[in-house]
Design a protein around this ligand. Structure first.
Ligand code: AMP
Ligand code: ZN
Length: 112
């Protein structure tokens, strides 16, 4: 738990969010400023800055939940994008590891 971290506060219910999935290690909630019709954030409950600090088990769990959620949301059929920003040049704004799941429309191919 990082006291100044917005996502840790969401995990601890100190801040509101729209949660779509939760288990012992992972939380999935809706992005407050969606960039696509479906825009979810998949985060580990343990605070870590980004992929550079992530251990194998955490990365694996995030992808397993991503797979499960994609099927639950029905976005496995038409496809979706998973992305994670890492550091300044990627525009990471929240220093708690998160995967974005973007879906529900044909996404731009250009990433920059
Ligand atoms: P990033 O730029 O990859 O660090 O993404 C951070 C994301 O978190 C942005 O897409 C924000 O819209 C989203 N975000 C920030 N605060 C909240 C919040 N309180 N609840 C849900 N999503 C949030
Ligand atoms: Zn945190």
């Amino acid at each position: 738990m990082d006291e100044n971290c917005i996502f840790c506060k969401i995990i601890n219910r100190e801040l509101p969010s729209s949660i779509v999935y939760e288990d012992e290690n992972v939380l999935v909630f809706k992005n407050i400023e969606p960039q696509a019709p479906i825009h979810l954030l998949v985060i580990p409950k343990k605070h870590m800055r980004n992929v550079l600090e992530a251990d194998e088990e955490t990365i694996s769990k995030l992808f397993i939940v991503t797979n499960k959620i994609a099927k639950e949301q029905g976005i496995d059929k038409d496809g979706f994008r998973v992305l994670t920003n890492c550091g300044k040049n990627a525009g990471q704004t929240i220093d708690h590891l998160h995967f974005h799941i973007l879906a529900g429309t044909k996404l731009e191919e250009k990433m920059i």
